[in-house]
Design a binder for this molecule. Structure first.
Ligand SMILES: [Ca+2]
Ligand SMILES: [Ca+2]
Ligand SMILES: [Ca+2]
Length: 188
């Protein structure tokens, strides 16, 4: 059962990331995401913030996605992603590296979206980030995700809170944990 839960969650995350539903994610997708994020946040072309956002999305690609490209064809298929994160042979990614990558990913997300440079994300910043990165989610699902991540109810999301939510999502086997709604409602 627990394996099923992790498989479902990994598959669901891939589906939310795969905006054009072609079953593949590549570096080009992440470059396109960065361009959309800059537009959404109003970061001017080639400004330091725009370069930093591109660097953040490329970091996400390199730390969370590229290591799961088992056949090395430059794109991550749904099967590669799910197998690496929750496959029957256990996690295909080194546990220590995986732990580090979640921290790196959380820091990259916060850096991209912290438009006012307060160090944390408020609901508006979080919502803009989510509209770009997970456009299939409803406003209600985004708010639910925000509340799940904001563990101390401060109305802002810190890098540590986001890292913990990502960790719980990908490694937690308790059905119904708040972090399960990090990427919207899990399908049955
Ligand atoms: Ca591949
Ligand atoms: Ca902020
Ligand atoms: Ca908080």
């Amino acid at each position: 059962m627990t394996d099923d839960t992790l498989l479902r969650k990994a598959g669901h995350c891939f589906d939310r990331l795969d905006h054009d539903h072609d079953g593949r994610l590549s570096e080009a997708d992440y470059r396109a995401l960065a361009a959309r994020a800059c537009k959404a946040f109003g970061y001017p072309d080639d400004s330091p913030r725009a370069r930093s956002a591109l660097s953040g999305y490329l970091t996400l690609w390199r730390t969370l996605l590229q290591p799961t490209d088992a056949d090395g064809d430059g794109a991550v298929s749904r099967a590669e992603y799910v197998d690496a994160l929750a496959g029957p042979d256990g996690r295909g990614i080194d546990a220590h590296a995986y732990e580090l990558s979640m921290g790196v990913a959380a820091a990259a997300f916060v850096d991209i979206a912290d438009a006012d440079r307060s160090g944390e994300l408020d609901l508006e910043e979080f919502t803009t980030l989510y509209r770009v990165t997970f456009p299939d989610l409803t406003a209600e699902e985004v708010r639910t995700a925000f509340e799940a991540v904001d563990a101390d109810n401060s109305a802002t999301v810190s890098t540590d809170e986001l890292k913990e939510a990502i960790r719980t999502y990908f490694t937690g086997t308790d059905a119904g944990a708040p972090a399960d709604r990090l990427f919207g409602t899990l399908p049955d």
